[in-house]
Design a protein around this ligand. Structure first.
Ligand SMILES: [Zn+2]
Length: 65
C-alpha cells in the first residue's frame, strides 16, 4: 500500500491509498480528508480483480432455477 508523505493539502498530513466498491482514493491519516486519485490505474486493477473473483463465486452460490 502506497503512502504519500505530507501530501494532504488541508493539513499536510500523510495520504494513504484506500478504496471501496466505487473506486480508489487517497485518505489523509491525520484529518480524514479524501482525495480522488489523479489517474485510474488502481480502478482498472480493482475492476480486473473483481472480474476474476466474481464469476466463480456467483456460479457456486446461484443454483440454476
Ligand atoms: Zn489532512
Amino acid at each position: 500500500m502506497m503512502v504519500y508523505m505530507k501530501a494532504c493539502k488541508r493539513c499536510r498530513g500523510d495520504l494513504r491509498e484506500s478504496g471501496d466498491m466505487y473506486g480508489p482514493y487517497l485518505q489523509c491519516v491525520q484529518c480524514g480528508h479524501v482525495v480522488d486519485l489523479p489517474d485510474d490505474r488502481l480502478a482498472r486493477a480493482a475492476a480486473a480483480a473483481s472480474l476474476v473473483k466474481r464469476p466463480a463465486v456467483a456460479r457456486v452460490e446461484r443454483p440454476a432455477a
